[in-house]
Write a protein that binds this ligand. Structure first.
Ligand code: AMP
Ligand code: TRP
Length: 334
């Protein structure tokens, strides 16, 4: 049986990934490398929708690549590349924009949220077309599966719609991908506001645990995490969102089931539990931080590690793009 093609992307919009990205997405990426033909992309063009100092963007892109490798994304096992190294992403995005309805794009909840938060002055057209560029990222590689967090489901649905629409209208060029969402780990919430997902755009970073921060800071964040009324360590997302979130994090790192964790901490207090979770997280993140810093010490070597990835990505993307252009009646260069 031939391997399934898997593609995912992550934005370099922050100096460090956080627990939500890691547990909700990247950890799955590592697993998937073993049995699939995997493509992982640092989507620097998507990051341009948020205006960023150029030096900072450069550094964040490199840090993203370094963190992915430190977490276990292996450029020898998968195709790891930077989105802007493959021009076909923009080229296909334009084509897809021309078959996307204005209303259809306006219904994307992430766009609605982001544009509402930022206000009309900061809402650029790129934010509006963002999901269409994402559809291009996915369709170019004929992906079968797209491992992402729950919040990206709608974008993958749009990708499917656009792929199908193109296939029906012009020619069967695209494979239609499926979202792959691991339910139990899919949502990590903010430690200070356990009813909202952990997010880089949170008003305060006290509830957001980053992969590259020091052990002290991580422990402090867990110690001051918001818990709930009562004192039992029980998983109940409605009544105990804070404790349930900590149990989810514990389970993700320790591999223990929710039941086992509840039993282990029966009769113990919130304080003990928070500290235990903090320690498990610190221990898991320590080697990731160390390896990332090592990789950042030699940036040329880091880029060298993904050179083959970008070459392979370009080959595949260009092949799909030329089929698309030809199906549309665009004249080949000759
Ligand atoms: P972002 O950093 O928002 O671009 O997200 C990168 C990836 O991590 C996406 O696949 C998201 O769905 C996933 N992700 C982000 N935040 C969370 C969270 N709090 N819980 C689970 N997955 C998340
Ligand atoms: N929009 C995704 C996010 O915010 C990132 C992304 C861009 C992506 N292109 C992609 C994810 C292609 C999966 C596949 O997380």
């Amino acid at each position: 049986m031939s391997k399934k093609r898997v593609l995912s992307g992550i934005q370099p919009t922050h100096n460090s990934f956080h627990l939500g990205n890691y547990l909700g997405a990247i950890k799955q990426w590592v697993e998937l490398q073993k049995d699939n033909d995997t493509f992982y992309c640092v989507v620097d063009l998507h990051a341009l929708t948020i205006e960023t100092d150029p030096k900072l963007l450069e550094n964040r892109t490199l840090l993203s690549v370094a963190q992915l490798i430190a977490i276990g994304i292996d450029p020898k096992l998968c195709t790891l590349f930077i989105q802007s190294h493959v021009p076909a992403h923009n080229q296909l995005a334009w084509v897809l924009e021309c078959i996307t309805g204005f209303g259809e794009a306006g219904r994307m909840t992430q766009f609605k949220d982001k544009s509402q938060k930022g206000g009309a002055d900061r809402t650029n057209v790129g934010l509006f077309t963002y999901p269409i560029l994402q559809a291009a990222d996915i369709l170019l590689y004929q992906a079968d599966f797209v491992p992402v967090g729950e919040d990206q489901r709608q974008h993958v649905e749009l990708t499917r719609d656009l792929g199908q629409r193109f296939n029906n209208k012009y020619k069967e060029v695209f494979n239609i991908p499926q979202p792959q969402i691991i339910k139990s780990l899919a949502k990590i919430n903010d430690l200070q506001d356990p009813n909202s997902k952990m997010s880089k755009s949170a008003a305060s970073m006290t509830g957001v645990v980053e992969l590259l921060e020091s052990a002290d800071t991580i422990i402090k964040k867990f110690k001051s995490s918001v818990t709930d009324a009562g004192k039992e360590i029980k998983f109940n997302e409605k009544e105990k969102p804070g404790i349930s979130n900590l149990i989810t994090i514990h389970s993700a790192f320790s591999g223990k089931s929710i039941n086992d964790i509840e039993n282990e901490f029966a009769g113990k207090g919130y304080g003990d539990f928070k500290l235990q979770v903090a320690e498990i997280v610190v221990e898991a993140l320590n080697p990731i931080r160390t390896r990332t810093l090592e990789l950042m010490d030699d940036k040329a070597e880091l880029l060298n590690m993904i050179k083959l990835g970008s070459e392979k990505a370009n080959l595949i993307a260009e092949k799909t793009l030329s089929e698309v252009y030809s199906a549309l009646g665009l004249i080949a260069k000759g």
